[in-house]
Design a protein around this ligand. Structure first.
Ligand code: PLP
Length: 423
C-alpha cells in the first residue's frame, strides 16, 4: 500500500543530481527503502519486482545472507586499509580465486573501484606495455560500434562515438578507431583494412565479448571473438575483453572468454564481482603483459593506485559471491531464465513497431523502432509493479539469477502488456 514520502525524500531531492537524467523534465525518481531477493521496497510502501538487478550487478538477488555475513565479519576486522605497501587476506584470496577461474595466462589482478576505472587501467596498461618495449607510437585503440566501456574520458573515447551516449564529447576526447565487429565476411574484410592502416599506431583491440550492453544490448557469436584474437595476433596487438557486463554468468558461461574458448591479454571485471553489493573492479593481465612491466627501472612500473582499490569489505563480498557460484546452481538458473525470457517475450514479436526480440543467457531484449516518451513508458512499468529502465530504443531485462518463476513471468508479462498498450 502506498504511503506519503518520508521527510528525507522531500528534503533531499532538491540537492541530488541524477545520472543520465535531464533534471528539468525527468519524472521524480523512485525512493528505495530496502531490497530483498528480486524485490525493491519503496519508501512510500510500494513493492516492485526488479527486472534489471541494479544495472545487472545483483546476480544473487539483493541482500543475500551469505554476502551480508561475510561483509559484517570483515567490518569487525578491518573495513579498509590502503593497498600501497600493504596486502590483506580478502584481496589475496580473491586474486587467487579469479586467476584460478580465468584461462591460464590471466594471472595478475589489479583492483580498482569501478568499471570505468578498470577500463582506464586496462588502456593505460596496454599503452605502457608497448612504451616499456620502446614502442612509443602505439597509443590508440580499436574498439567497436555499439560498444560501451564507461563514462570517464579514456573510456568514453572507446564507446560508439556516433550512436553512443557520449557523442556530444566527440572532438574533445582522444580520437579512437571505431570499427564494425567482424560478424560476416564483408565486415571481416573491412576490419582487416582498418588494421592494415592503423595497427602500427594501436595498442590493443578492445571489445565487450558476446554481448554489448549499454551501447544497445547487441549480441554476437563466439566466431567473432576467435576472429578478433586472430587479427590481434596477426597485427601484433593486445586483445582486451571488457567482461564488466558479461562476467559472472550473464551470457550463460561463467565468462564469455570461456564460452568462446578465446583468451585475451587483459580482461576487466566489475558489476557482479561483488554480487552487486559494493563498488569493486579488477583488471586482470596475462603473464606476458605483467612481465612487460618488470625492470630495474622504476619508471616502468604501472603508475596507478586508486585510494580505495581492493577495499577489504568489497573483496570479502566478492569472495562470498564466488562461494555462491560454487555452491549454488547459478549457471543452470541462467539457462532456465533464458528459456523463460524466450517464451515470455515471444508475444512482443507480433506487436507493431517492434524491430527485434532477442535473448542471450539472462538478458532479454525488445528492440523498438523508437521510444517516443521514455518517462511515460517508465511510469507504466511502475504502475504494472515492475522496475525496468529502457534506454534508447531498447527495453531489456537482466534479472537476478535467483529470481522466482512467478516474478519472472510478471516481468515478461508486464513488458508484453505495456508495449501492447502503447502500440
Ligand atoms: N564496461 C561495461 C561493459 C559496462 O557495462 C559498464 C557499465 O555499464 C562499464 C564498463 C562502466 O562501469 P562503471 O559504471 O562501473 O564505471
Amino acid at each position: 500500500m502506498s504511503q506519503e514520502s518520508p521527510d528525507w525524500v522531500t528534503r533531499g531531492l532538491p540537492h541530488i543530481w541524477q545520472p543520465y537524467t535531464q533534471m528539468k523534465t525527468a519524472a521524480k525518481p523512485l525512493a528505495a527503502a530496502r531490497a530483498k531477493g528480486s524485490r525493491i521496497v519503496l519508501a512510500d510502501g510500494r513493492e516492485l519486482i526488479d527486472g534489471i538487478a541494479s544495472w545487472w550487478t545483483a546476480c544473487h538477488g539483493y541482500n543475500h545472507p551469505h554476502i551480508r555475513e561475510a561483509v559484517v565479519a570483515q567490518l569487525d576486522l578491518m573495513p579498509h586499509v590502503m593497498f600501497g605497501g600493504l596486502v590483506h587476506e580478502p584481496a589475496l584470496t580473491l586474486a587467487r580465486r579469479l586467476a584460478a577461474l580465468l584461462p591460464d595466462p590471466l594471472e595478475r589482478v589489479f583492483f580498482s573501484d569501478s568499471g570505468s576505472v578498470a577500463i582506464e587501467v586496462a588502456m593505460k596498461m596496454a599503452v605502457q606495455f608497448w612504451l616499456n618495449r620502446g614502442e612509443a607510437g602505439r597509443t590508440r585503440f580499436i574498439s567497436f560500434k555499439g560498444g560501451y566501456h564507461g563514462d570517464t574520458f579514456a573510456a568514453m573515447a572507446v564507446c560508439d562515438p556516433e550512436e553512443g551516449m557520449h557523442s556530444l564529447f566527440k572532438g574533445v576526447m582522444p580520437e579512437q578507431i571505431i570499427a564494425e565487429l567482424p560478424v560476416d565476411d564483408a565486415r571481416a574484410a573491412a576490419l582487416e583494412a582498418v588494421l592494415a592502416r592503423h595497427a602500427h599506431e594501436a595498442a590493443a583491440i578492445l571489445v565487450e565479448p558476446l554481448a554489448q550492453g549499454a551501447g544497445g544490448m547487441l549480441f554476437h557469436d563466439t566466431a567473432v571473438l576467435r576472429a578478433l584474437r586472430g587479427a590481434a595476433d596477426r597485427h601484433g596487438l593486445l586483445l582486451i575483453f571488457d567482461e564488466i557486463f558479461t562476467g559472472f554468468g550473464r551470457t550463460g558461461a561463467l565468462f564469455a572468454c570461456e564460452e568462446a574458448g578465446v583468451t585475451p591479454d587483459i580482461l576487466t571485471l566489475s558489476k557482479a564481482l561483488t554480487g552487486g553489493t559494493m563498488g569493486l573492479a579488477a583488471t586482470i593481465a596475462s603473464t606476458r603483459v605483467f612481465e612487460g612491466f618488470l625492470s630495474d627501472d622504476p619508471r616502468r612500473a604501472l603508475m596507478h593506485g586508486p585510494t580505495f582499490m581492493a577495499n577489504p569489505l568489497a573483496c570479502a563480498a566478492a569472495n562470498a559471491s564466488l562461494d555462491l557460484f560454487e555452491r549454488e546452481p547459478r549457471l543452470k538458473q541462467v539457462a532456465r531464465i533464458a528459456a523463460a525470457l524466450e517464451a515470455g517475450l515471444e508475444p512482443c514479436r507480433d506487436l507493431p513497431r517492434v524491430r527485434d526480440v532477442r535473448v542471450k543467457g539472462a538478458i532479454g531484449v525488445v528492440e523498438l523502432e523508437r521510444i517516443a516518451d521514455l518517462n511515460d513508458l517508465k511510469r507504466r512499468f511502475v504502475e504494472a509493479g515492475v522496475f525496468v529502465r529502457p534506454f534508447g530504443n531498447v527495453v531489456y531485462l537482466t534479472p537476478a539469477f535467483t529470481i522466482g518463476e512467478a516474478d519472472l513471468a510478471s516481468l515478461t508479462g508486464a513488458i508484453v502488456r505495456v508495449l501492447k498498450e502503447m502500440a
